[in-house]
Structures are given as structure tokens and as C-alpha cells.
Write a protein that binds this ligand. Structure first.
Ligand SMILES: [Zn+2]
Ligand SMILES: [Zn+2]
Length: 378
């Protein structure tokens, strides 16, 4: 509820009670006026409908100790008669300018869709839409580069047939007989403090539906399916949950949309991996390439292979950095490709290769890579 509008309205006057009226007095006055002006007893009576709404709004504020306190403070601060915008509202409101507010926290937005003269306006309580969660499976390349995916979302929204009231078109939800529309009831427990809790009959709505909307069976909710295009940013990791602001369920009465969370599954790549922003690849080289040095060709994720110079005496498992040969990061800078070499040992040897290796063994002489180990043991 937009507090700024409160100071333009004298809720005590609307209910015809004194400023220091007790909660019981307020309740009684409200009950009497709500009954007298209820749209059911006054069909096609716009004035009664306005009064009904004014009374309900006044009651919604004054029946809540917190809201009443806030209202009283505001009124005393700005002066009761202050009427900056929209004109002051006395009772009866009568016209449309002053009575043009909404109490859909109490009436669930009925007057917005029910064909009455009142319209849903800026003062309707805004409700944030729900957060939604879904999953998306993308390829390795898509994860690296970012991708726009189509997601089919089903979400819970106000039923279009009844505008969320739950009542059959052309009928009105009744003011809840249990809580008289306040949506709150006093708890059954005794003791020092009587606790108020949401009304168990109307579940806090203040209204009950007697003739349910056939579309939503009275729930006032509908599930709607929509397909939306969602941008998954570059650099997303497998199992990461990304948050897309305002892509969740729509808010009610102009409230903000919720967020959408997408759990991303990234298919592994047969060749490439990721390390931070960088791409990784493991490339086999032969013993002689490692020992003698070589220039090898390394594939990249995008574009042509790059040449990598393996210096003579390269140990197994050494990682080389091919600068800028990774993927572009979100800031546009190209990350690196980290190339790890792995000595490849052939399982079969040609006679010539075997002879060459035996000659190598003979030539190697006494150089033993395990001298340190035997020294440690003795
Ligand atoms: Zn109730
Ligand atoms: Zn419905």
C-alpha cells in the first residue's frame, strides 16, 4: 500500500468513528458499512461500490495495529487535511477522482477485472513474482562462448478468466463471514496474549468464493507456458546455477518479476577442458620429440591449429601456455590455451625402431634416473 496516499484520506471519518476508537468499535463500524454497501446488495451501484471499497480500505489500515500506528503518525506529521494529489477523500467519496484507489490486497483484484467502474490503479499492493528454476543442457563450445537458449517455462499466474479472483465471471467473491474481510482471526489459544493469525476460512484473503471460476476451479491461479530466449553468459561452468534477473514469474499489480535460476549442464568435450578462464588440452608427444625438441601442431577450439615449439629435454607433463589461443572472456580479452604434453609410449615397435632403441640403450651408458632413489634406500 502506498503510504503517501494515506494522508489524503481520513479513514476514521470514512468509518464514522472517533480517532481513539477501540479495535472493537472499528470492527463494528466496518461490518455495518461493508454490509450496507456490498456490491451484492447494490448491483450496478457505482457509488455503493466506491463506498464499499473506501470502507474496506479504511478497515484494512485501522484494523492492523501496525498500519494504524503508521497512519496516525503520518497524519499528525503532515496534517490531516493535506491534499496534494488526487484531492482529499471524505466519506462518501462519490466521485471517481478521490475514490480511485484499489484494495486488492483485500479483494484480490476483483474490481480490476469484474467490469465495475473502479479501475486497478497505482495504489494496488505490488507483489513480487515468484522465483523460478529450470535447467539447460548446452555444449562445451556454447558454455565457452555463451549462447542464447529457448526455455519453455510453465509458471503460476493469475487466472485470465477471473482475473485471479477465483469467482465465476460476473460473480463476486463474498466477504469472508469468519473474519469479516480482515483476513485475520484471533487464535484459539488463551493466555496473556491473543495472537492473530491468518483466517482459516479464507486463508487470509478476506473473501470466499461461492461460485468458483470453471477455468481455475476457484484457485484464481493459472499455469501459463511460455517460451523465452535466455542468454547464458560465456564462461559458465557445468553445474553452475545462473540467475537471470526479472525473468521469473510476473509480479502482480505492477510488482516486479521474480528471478529465473537456470541450472546449467555442460557436456564435456572430447579434447578440451577448462581451467579458470583458460582452455586446456593434453597433447601426446613421442620420447624423441621430448628429448630432441620438436615443433608440434595443437588444435584450438576455434580456428586453425597453432604451432607449439617443444624444447629439447621437455619432461613429461609439462604445460605450455599458448597466449590468446583460448576463448574470448566476457571482457573481450582472449584467454590462453594451456597445452600439457604427455609422452606417448608405442605398444608396438617396427624392427627398425626396436634396433634404434636398443642402440640408444647401449649408448645411454650408465645414466640412471633412479640413482636418487637407490641412494635414499641405502
Ligand atoms: Zn476469512
Ligand atoms: Zn479463474
Amino acid at each position: 500500500m502506498a503510504s503517501n496516499d494515506w494522508m489524503n484520506k481520513d479513514f476514521y471519518k470514512i468509518l464514522g468513528v472517533k480517532k481513539d476508537a477501540s479495535a472493537e468499535d472499528i470492527k463494528k463500524a466496518y461490518r455495518k458499512l461493508a454490509r450496507a454497501n456490498h456490491p451484492d446488495s447494490n448491483p450496478n451501484n457505482a457509488q455503493a461500490e466506491e463506498r464499499f471499497k473506501a470502507v474496506s480500505e479504511a478497515h484494512a489500515v485501522l484494523s492492523s495495529p501496525d498500519k494504524r500506528k503508521e497512519y496516525d503518525e503520518q497524519r499528525s506529521m503532515f496534517g490531516g487535511g493535506f491534499a496534494g494529489r488526487g484531492g482529499g477523500v471524505g466519506f462518501p467519496a462519490g466521485g471517481t477522482a478521490g475514490g480511485n484507489f484499489d484494495i486488492s490486497d483485500l479483494l484480490g483484484g476483483f474490481f480490476g477485472g469484474g467490469g465495475g467502474t473502479a479501475t486497478r490503479t497505482r495504489t494496488a499492493p505490488a507483489r513480487r513474482g515468484a522465483d523460478l528454476e529450470t535447467e539447460a543442457s548446452i555444449s562445451f563450445e556454447q558454455a565457452v562462448d555463451g549462447v542464447t537458449v529457448s526455455l519453455r517455462m510453465t509458471s503460476d499466474e493469475p487466472c485470465p478468466s477471473c482475473s485471479g479472483t477465483g469467482a465465476r465471471a460476473g460473480t463476486v467473491p463474498k466477504v469472508c463471514p469468519n473474519c469479516e474481510g480482515s483476513g485475520m482471526q484471533t487464535g484459539a489459544s488463551g493466555g496473556l496474549f491473543a495472537m492473530t493469525e491468518p483466517c482459516t476460512i479464507c486463508r487470509g484473503r478476506g473473501l470466499v468464493v461461492e461460485d468458483p471460476c470453471p477455468t481455475c476451479h476457484g484457485s484464481g491461479r493459472a499455469s501459463s507456458a511460455r517460451t523465452m530466449q535466455v542468454r547464458i553468459p560465456a564462461g559458465v561452468k557445468d553445474g553452475q546455477r545462473i540467475r537471470l534477473k526479472s525473468k521469473g514469474a510476473k509480479g502482480e499489480n505492477g510488482g516486479p518479476s521474480g528471478d529465473l535460476f537456470v541450472l546449467v549442464h555442460v557436456a564435456p568435450h572430447t579434447m578440451f577442458g577448462r581451467k579458470g578462464d583458460h582452455l586446456t588440452i593434453t597433447v601426446p608427444i613421442t620420447f624423441d620429440e621430448a628429448a630432441l625438441g620438436a615443433e608440434i601442431s595443437v588444435p584450438t577450439l576455434h580456428g586453425l591449429p597453432v604451432k607449439l615449439k617443444v624444447p629439447a629435454g621437455t619432461p613429461n607433463g609439462r604445460t605450455f601456455r599458448a597466449r590468446g589461443k583460448g576463448a574470448p572472456r566476457h571482457d573481450g580479452v582472449k584467454a590462453d590455451l594451456l597445452v600439457t604434453v604427455e609422452i606417448f609410449v608405442p605398444s608396438k615397435l617396427s624392427p627398425a625402431a626396436r634396433a634404434a632403441l636398443e642402440a640408444f640403450r647401449a649408448a645411454r651408458g650408465e645414466s640412471d634416473p633412479r640413482t636418487d632413489l637407490s641412494a635414499a634406500r641405502s
